[in-house]
Ligand binder design. Structure first.
Ligand code: DGY
Length: 420
């Protein structure tokens, strides 16, 4: 069997083996539930070989939507003692139909629903029509409860998906975690502690969960008094892209999309407000202190994916890319906080390479997009379907047999992508 065909087969097998019946876990052990953006990537991967299963994945995700429109970042379908913090700590009872966390995650789902629909519009139309109002309600929730600065903010590092990026260091330093109490982490029993966030970070993650839970996840209180509120390029660019895709879908289905058009305009301005001239990059901004983080991360380069051109970013991209062999490091390899193995403080993530690559291709930078795709393909072919990788050596890190890495292999990195 040739190498590509074998990797295609392995990627499908990973999606099947992480399937828990209607939803897909990111990887067994470390992440035993349905995670929001991981699940949307899983749907995209399934669409390559099982379009019905792709729609089921999204339908299960939206079956956990809260009455206020929020789609949680974790759905706890079946309690697993191997993960902390579980449903009791989150204390979200009464908010949604399924036990869940109390925060969301970058909303990639509408963009991926568009791709899935376009693969087979006949199979997809009725399912898309049912999901459309749910996706719109979720996007509206972000605008209403996370959009006061124009850009979209996160109220917990987990909401951005980039848990321990140096972007959050200043905002995290202001959180008083002295009352966090005793708790037992589970992640470090699955994965080397050097590849995970520190105890200092975890004390603050849990403090923020306790804050939300003690105020029954009241968004007005979280807006006014929440200890962490940072405008985030990941969520801003991804929501902007998702609204463009949702609008295109709505127009195709003959639905009213005027409100979405307004959100797009608002987010275009919001995204521009994240340009930090000090570092020549899009950056996160602490809304409590109004200070930029001064961090170049892989989220700094999601602007093309969002349809935003920025010629001043080109030299920064070249510099950061030159310092890594396998794409765009999660944090600037020349920056003072770089740690090559520690989760979002340096490693390369195949999903981020993918979204950056899709954006570059769409905005006319096809040579760079091809180079990024080939580097990602080499990384996966040489090192397997890891959660993340050392950006210079490619050594795999975090969880193995990882759902979203398998999915992006099938839809983008594989030389067969799009042809199978
Ligand atoms: C974790 O548990 O590490 C997750 O990233 C939280 O969403």
């Amino acid at each position: 069997m040739n190498v590509t065909v074998d990797l295609d087969r392995q990627a499908r097998a990973i999606l099947r083996s992480n399937d828990r019946g209607g939803y897909t876990v990111p990887t067994a052990g470390l992440y035993p539930y349905q995670w929001n953006w991981d699940s949307a990537f899983a749907a995209l991967g399934f669409a390559v070989f099982d379009i019905d299963r792709a729609w089921v994945e999204l339908e299960t995700l939206f079956s956990g939507q809260w009455a206020n429109g929020m789609v949680p970042h974790i759905l706890f379908h079946a309690v697993d003692e191997g993960y902390f913090p579980g449903p009791d700590v989150w204390g979200t009872h009464g908010h949604g139909p399924i036990a869940s966390s109390g925060i969301s995650q970058p909303p990639v789902a509408a963009s991926f629903a568009r791709r899935i629909y376009e693969r087979d519009p006949v199979a997809g139309e009725a399912r898309l029509r049912a999901l459309f109002p749910m996706m719109k309600a979720w996007h509206g929730w972000f605008i209403k409860h996370r959009g006061e600065s124009g850009a979209i903010c996160v109220t917990h590092p987990w909401e951005a998906g980039r848990d321990n990026t140096p972007d959050w260091d200043q905002a995290m330093a202001r959180i008083d975690a002295s009352n966090v109490g005793e708790y037992q982490r589970r992640d470090t029993s699955h994965v080397d502690a050097d590849m995970r966030p520190t105890k200092y970070d975890y004390d603050r993650y849990i403090t923020l969960v306790n804050f939300g839970s003690s105020h029954d996840w009241n968004e007005d209180v979280i807006l006014k008094d929440g200890p962490f509120r940072v405008a985030d390029p990941t969520t801003t660019f991804i929501l902007l892209r998702a609204n463009r895709d949702l609008k295109a879908l709505g127009d195709d289905l003959g639905l009213d999309t005027d409100e979405i058009a307004g959100w797009i305009e608002r987010l275009e301005h919001g995204a521009r407000s994240l340009w930090n001239p000090e570092i020549n990059a899009f950056d996160s901004k602490d809304l409590r202190s109004n200070e930029f983080s001064n961090c170049v991360s892989n989220a700094s380069f999601l602007n093309w994916y969002a349809g935003i051109d920025e010629p001043r970013l080109q030299p920064t991209l070249e510099r950061v890319w030159q310092a890594a062999k396998y794409g765009i490091a999660s944090y600037d390899p020349q920056g003072p906080h770089f740690e090559a193995f520690r989760y979002w403080r340096g490693p390369v993530w195949a999903i981020m390479n993918t979204m950056i690559g899709i954006g570059l291709a769409e905005r006319g930078f096809s040579d760079m997009a091809d180079k990024l795709r080939v580097q990602t393909a080499e990384l996966i072919a040489e090192q397997g379907f890891a959660e993340y990788y050392h950006p210079q050596t490619g050594k795999p890190a975090g969880g193995g047999t990882f759902t979203w890495t398998a999915a992006v292999w099938l839809i983008w990195a594989s030389p067969n992508a799009g042809k199978v």
